[in-house]
Design a protein around this ligand. Structure first.
Ligand code: AN0
Ligand code: CP
Length: 315
């Protein structure tokens, strides 16, 4: 694998999931693979899980791992082609990415959307420039429109904990105070549409996701109806796709509570984290028996390790 930016870069999703679960049982079985190989993790935005789990995944494979919070510690990056750089930016992404590619064998990049210009965000302008100019294999650590390492870990978690062959999985919108990207729900939807699950998306009117990611899903504005008989509930906030990046107030009652779990099949509750307590998810859910959010975050290591292993094998 030379690029991991979406589910479309994976030849066999089911075997990648199996690989992750195998690595969970045998974390150091391939520590020779990454000997004398360097992984560079480049962050243009904050992170806890992605940074530490991917660092650990690389280390388990014997790699040397370096992290650069380029937004804070690097030179101010210019992203526009043809820019006359007489303002605040000091280094163009062409040189920055090209130079990083000289030092490392695989690069991970996190670059959130601006949520102002939909065409720029959905063209994955920043992420694709890194891919184009660094010259080495690239793993997305969450780009403008997708978070594939998260979605792989989510699918691994569902495969690991499901109690029936084809579980019902529900993605439900949750309230928030800020405009958040559509990357996590887009990505989760596109992975679930490729998995052997019965997949439903529920959100208030106005929060429709781009249909490129939701082909094959059942979509409803009725949260109660969606949650009936659910085996897994994936909770996430996102801002509107149209009008782009907007939020509409007044949906506080979309927060998941124990009461809403009653018609479910004792559903396990997932969230990519970070989560705002008692806004997106109630204390009673997060601290209760149904929450698997910590377990899910733990699986980020094995998802990242499975992807890095496949990349190392094709270096
Ligand atoms: C980010 C998002 O929603 O994309 C990162 C999630 C992994 N979340 C926040 O900004 C709170
Ligand atoms: N879920 C996730 O990607 O978390 P971080 O933003 O902390 O990496």
């Amino acid at each position: 694998m030379k690029l991991f930016s979406s589910v479309n870069d994976v030849v066999d999703v089911q075997s990648l999931v199996k690989e992750a679960l195998h690595l969970k049982q045998n974390p150091y079985a391939y520590e020779h693979l990454g000997k004398h190989k360097t992984l560079g993790l480049i962050f243009l935005n904050p992170s806890l899980r992605t940074r530490i789990s991917t660092q650990k995944a690389g280390t388990n494979l014997g790699m040397n791992v370096m992290v650069l919070n380029i937004d804070k510690e690097g030179w101010a990056l210019e992203l526009q082609d043809g820019a006359i750089m007489n303002g605040g930016t000091v280094e163009h992404i062409r040189e920055a990415a090209g130079v990083l590619g000289q030092y490392v064998d695989i690069i991970g990049v996190r670059s959130f959307p601006g949520l102002k210009n939909r065409d720029a965000d959905y063209s994955e302008d920043v992420f694709n420039k890194f891919v184009k100019y660094c010259g080495v294999p690239v793993v997305s650590l969450e780009s403008a429109t997708r978070h594939p390492l998260q979605s792989l870990a989510d699918l691994v978690t569902i495969e690991e904990l499901k109690t029936k062959a084809r579980p019902k999985v529900v993605l439900t919108w949750a309230p928030h105070v800020k405009a958040l990207p559509q990357a996590v729900p887009n990505s989760f939807a596109e992975w679930m549409c490729r998995a052997d699950v019965d997949f439903t998306i529920t959100h208030p009117e106005g929060y429709e996701l781009c249909t490129d990611f939701t082909n094959g899903a059942t979509i409803t504005h009725n949260q109660d109806e969606a949650l009936a008989d659910a085996d897994f509930i994936y909770v996430k906030n996102w801002s509107a796709y149209e009008p782009y990046g907007k939020v509409f107030g007044g949906y506080e009652d979309w927060m998941l509570t124990n009461d809403k779990l009653k018609p479910t099949n004792n559903a396990k509750v997932m969230h990519c984290l970070p989560v705002r307590r008692n806004l997106e998810l109630s204390d009673e859910i997060l601290d209760g028996q149904n929450s698997i959010v910590i377990h899910e975050a733990g699986n980020r290591v094995w998802a990242a390790q499975a992807v890095l292993k496949q990349m190392l094998e094709t270096l």
